[in-house]
Design a binder for this molecule. Structure first.
Ligand code: HEM
Length: 174
C-alpha cells in the first residue's frame, strides 16, 4: 500500500523508523505481531496520519488488492451480497486456517440480523485493530455496491468484553 501510494523511498523510510529490515514478506510464513504494530506506528509518524487512518487505509487496500488478487475464489464463494457475505464471516478464517495452520485468527459472530442491519461481534486476542475491521466492512460494502455504515457500539479498548459494530445498509441495494 505504501509503495503504491507513496513510493519505494517512503516505504524504506517507514521500515527504517520501525527498525524492520525484512526485504520480502512471504505470504505463507507467520511474523510477530510486533512487526505489524511497529510498521503502523512508523507509517503514522512518517505520513503524519493517525494510526486509525493507516489501518482503515490498509483494510481498503487489502480488500481491493490482496484479497481479490490472492484469494478471489474464496472471496467470491463466500457470498453474492453483503448480508450473505457477513453471515458467512464466522466461518471465514476456519477455511483460511486450512491454508495457514499457524494462524491465530480473529473470531466473528453476527447477531440481531434484520434486512437492513446486523451486529458484528469481533473477538481477537490482539488489541487496537478495530479500525481495520471498520475499513474492511466499509470496503466490502462498496465492493458489493451496498455501501455500509459501520458504527461501534461496544469498544474493547474502552473496557468492553469485545468489540461490537452495528453494520447498516440500504435493503433495496442488498
Ligand atoms: C480470503 C480472505 C481472507 C484471508 C486469506 C485472511 C487471512 C488472514 C490472516 C493470515 C490473518 C493474520 C492472522 C494471524 O497471523 O494469526 C488475518 C487476520 C485478520 N483478519 Fe482475515 N482473512 C481473510 C478475510 C477476512 C475478512 C473478510 C475479514 C473481515 C472482517 C477479516 C478480518 C481479519 C482481521 C480483523 C484480522 C486481524 C487479526 C486479529 O484481529 O486478531 N479477514 N486474516
Amino acid at each position: 500500500m505504501i509503495v503504491m501510494h507513496h513510493g519505494e523511498s517512503v516505504w524504506e523510510q517507514i521500515k527504517a523508523k520501525a527498525g524492520v529490515d525484512i526485504d520480502v514478506f512471504m505470504s505463507n510464513e507467520n511474523y510477530s505481531d510486533d512487526i505489524t504494530y511497529k510498521l503502523v506506528g512508523a507509517a503514522s509518524e512518517v505520513l503524519n496520519l493517525p494510526t486509525e487512518q493507516i489501518l482503515i487505509g490498509f483494510a481498503e487496500h487489502w480488500v481491493l488488492h490482496t484479497a481479490s488478487e490472492g484469494y478471489g475464489g474464496l472471496m467470491k464463494a463466500s457470498g453474492k451480497t453483503l448480508p450473505e457475505f457477513m453471515r458467512n464471516l464466522p466461518n471465514f478464517h476456519s477455511r483460511v486456517t486450512l491454508i495457514f495452520p499457524k494462524l491465530q485468527p480473529p473470531h466473528f459472530e453476527c447477531t440481531d440480523i434484520t434486512d437492513h442491519s446486523l451486529k458484528l461481534h469481533y473477538y481477537s486476542h490482539r488489541n487496537g485493530l478495530a479500525p481495520f475491521v471498520v475499513g474492511l466492512m466499509q470496503r466490502l460494502g462498496k465492493n458489493f455496491k451496498t455501501p455500509a455504515v459501520v458504527r461501534p457500539v461496544a469498544v474493547k479498548d474502552q473496557g468492553a468484553d469485545h468489540d461490537v459494530f452495528e453494520v447498516a445498509w440500504n435493503p433495496n441495494r442488498a
